[in-house]
Design a protein around this ligand. Sequence first.
Ligand code: KG4
Ligand code: ZN
Length: 358
Amino acid sequence: MKVLGIESSCDETAASVVEIDGADNCRLITNVVASSMDLHAQFGGVVPEIAARSHIESIMPVIDEAVQSVDWDDIGAIAVTKGAGLGGSLLVGVMTARTLAINKNKPLYGVNHVEGHIYANFINSLSTPLLADYTLPNSQPVFPMLGLIVSGGHSQLVLWRDHFDYTLLGRTQDDAVGEAFDKVAKITGLPYPGGPSVSKKALDGDAFAFNLPKARMEGKYDFSFSGLKTAVLRHAQEMCGKDFTFPSKMLPDSLSEAQKADISAVFQRVAIETVVDKTVMAFDEYSPASVVIGGGVASSPELRRQLADRLPIEVHYQDAKLMTDNGAMIATLAAFTATRGRPADDPYKLAIQPNLSM
Ligand code: KG4
Ligand code: ZN
């Protein structure tokens, strides 16, 4: 069964076709992503109105490209992100998917973006040579599966006993981990998005040059990153010999390159330790058969290094192009939903859920 997946929850307009077979193998057939990231860079974060307008411009060309090599008659279902995400952005994807489902007479599945990030790990084969530059894992995750979702909007730790049978163990109580990287980049004057730029700068720094506090949470598996971000700000002001009244926008010109590198390295170590500590604790408590990570921050080499150091089993990763927002993860989750006979959504009624949780 082939599924068209549509994603528009944040700043990526994406569409993809994935095929699932009777043995649950998932083959990536096409994967098209248009990003409005460059338009947001000057603001240091995603501007919702700009993102929504970009989705309107890109969505049909992106879908057309994704289905170009596929016969519409072969598409068994249409999937779309219904939440969580930015309201205006989600609306563009959901209304487009609803219209297509009615027009092409296909079942429609509205899916949860955060679950989708984990399902990207089930894609295990490719339609070559179109996608020759993808490197996929050579096996699919097995249950029970511990999933860590770390992105610009989400930080969640989830235990799946089987498909659609899961427990949310913990989540961030304030900022997402990727958001903290983006804010630290702003403090140090590094380019947006902060994850890759802080990661790169950290290579020149000393991760133990100083220490930063980790939040103590009431929920055993919950996270918090807003205190860490403030601690970075205070430390940066101190490094410049200033107090907390010193405006943060003057920090990039006041800090030396060596100081920026140390801040990046220490922050990255502590932020990643925060999620890895909880992942290791959950692993010890639940003994999952696989550990799977998803979301933009899953591309972090520091995250992969710390997990490999501290877990006794290998962690499942996907190709970086399938870790950040894409339509394939949405199509894959819907493919499992459809093949397990779960009900489709009403194309006349499917609504966006900007605050959808797990
Ligand atoms: O999953 P994603 O594309 O979008 C959301 O659903 O949020 O994740 C984007 C986030 C950004 O915050 C970006 O800074 C972060 O992923 N990111 C990284 C790295 N690459 C991307 N964070 C840390 N280290 C990286 N190498
Ligand atoms: Zn995402």
